[in-house]
Design a protein around this ligand. Structure first.
Ligand SMILES: [Zn+2]
Length: 426
């Protein structure tokens, strides 16, 4: 037995040193941040480069560098220029893509800020940004040769704001590091922000699988100061001068809270190592938003704050889809094409259901699954999800991604979150 444990430990040590070697072959322990604009309209998308920066911390993964979990409407790939070997890859989503599904995108063109981050390369690389066509196919939007010695890569330090560690149990390379950014807190409200950030951490950790993996989660509070207290277009519908410039009424949806100032948010997050960004909005108005591998936003003071905090992080951290749908029109009800399989792990159009949770269905369960008392606790194929009442299906009757009444994530969502935690920390 002892010998078996010894071999086991040896295997892990070898594995860890192999990962470190691969990382160190290509990357420094700093981040390369690429700011660009996603531009276009309902029919077309272009990428325009803005700026490239060297940032002081790399908080992302140190292993599985060249593959990803096939999530997001976009992905980027980093190739070693000399060998063309893929040395890093990651998926992401964008507010731009959601806007493309709104009526405005049929009559006008717009540009949206977007940022990606990868470990800072030691040698010349080629960066490729791609747009998803379907589950397995991508179309190239942008290609750029980047030399790490380029003089014009910005090396300025981010503007300093006080940072408080809310919880830190493990070094950043083995952790999910979450940067919580103060939004709409004036200079006098720093203590309130720290209390709110503490509550956000506690709320997140009430849900599985975050509870199970709490020893792998580090949370930092970045006390950015806003000129005004509060958030734009909340209950009193005024505009405020805030650190991240967020607002309600995104796409005219009253409770949809987002920011288009992605570069500002990234400037603030750069003060800590991070895998994920949580913008904490100083308001009691109900609302939030979450975009995969981009950011989550929630109101700090609403009585549904626990539910919203976890729901939005489900989007931004694990790429989970909304499982809700309405009979009335929703701002995003043109987001999904039911003739294609969506990439999100927790909804299916049944076009490629075998790529989702089909293998986990109990024998004999009806597809679609009727809503009966008995079926409510089972994994099934329940019609309605992704803002659509018809043609899109969710895995369980209720889930944190569907209602505020649900006590937790459904089994399939929990599995998706766990997969991401393991991917980033092992
Ligand atoms: Zn779910």
């Amino acid at each position: 037995m002892k010998k078996a444990i010894g071999i086991f430990i040896l295997f892990f040590l070898l594995q860890a040193s192999l990962h470190a070697q691969q990382y160190n072959d290509f990357f420094l322990d700093k981040a390369c941040r690429v700011d660009f604009h996603l531009c276009g309209n309902a029919q077309q998308t272009s990428v325009f480069l803005d700026n490239i920066k060297l940032e002081p911390f790399w908080g992302g993964r140190h292993a599985h560098l060249s593959k990803d979990l096939n999530l997001g409407d976009y992905r980027f790939r980093v190739l070693d220029s000399l060998s063309s070997q893929q040395i890093y890859c990651d998926g992401f989503s964008a507010l731009y893509r959601e806007w493309q599904s709104t009526p405005e995108a049929s009559i006008t063109s717009k540009s949206f800020e977007q940022t990606i981050q990868f470990p800072f390369p030691k040698k010349a690389i080629t960066l490729i940004i791609e747009k998803r066509i379907d589950l397995d196919n991508w179309s190239e939007l942008f290609r750029y040769k980047l030399s790490p010695t380029d003089k014009l890569i910005q090396r300025t330090n981010p503007t300093a704001f006080p940072v408080k560690i809310i919880t830190k149990t493990v070094s950043s390379d083995k952790a999910i590091d979450i940067a919580v950014i103060a939004e709409g807190y004036s200079a006098k409200e720093q203590k309130k922000f720290y209390r709110d950030a503490q509550r956000l951490a506690e709320n997140l950790l009430t849900h599985e699988p975050f509870t199970k993996y709490r020893s792998r989660i580090n949370i930092y509070a970045v006390a950015a100061r806003s000129v005004d207290s509060g958030i734009s277009l909340s209950k009193d519908s005024t505009w405020k001068n805030t650190s991240a410039g967020s607002h309600f009424y995104t796409f005219y949806e009253p409770r949809y809270l987002t920011t288009t100032n992605v570069f500002k948010v990234r400037d603030l997050a750069a003060l800590v190592p991070y895998d994920a960004i949580y913008v904490l909005a100083n308001t009691s108005t109900y609302g939030g938003g979450g975009i995969y591998n981009n950011y989550a936003l929630t109101a700090a003071d609403n009585n549904l704050v626990t539910q919203v905090t976890v729901h939005e992080f489900g989007h931004s951290f694990a790429g989970l889809a909304d499982e809700y749908f309405h009979d009335k029109q929703d701002a995003l009800d043109a987001m999904y094409d039911i003739k294609k399989e969506p990439w999100e792990p927790n909804i299916t159009s049944l076009v490629q259901f075998e790529r989702k949770w089909k293998a986990q269905l109990q024998e004999g369960i009806a597809v679609p699954t009727p809503v009966t008392e008995e079926n409510k606790t089972k994994i099934g194929v329940f019609e309605g999800g992704g803002y659509l009442a018809k043609g899109m299906y969710r895995p369980m009757f209720d889930c944190r991604m569907r209602t505020n009444k649900a006590p937790e994530f459904c089994t399939i969502c929990q599995q998706a979150v766990e997969r991401m935690i393991l991917f980033l920390t092992e």
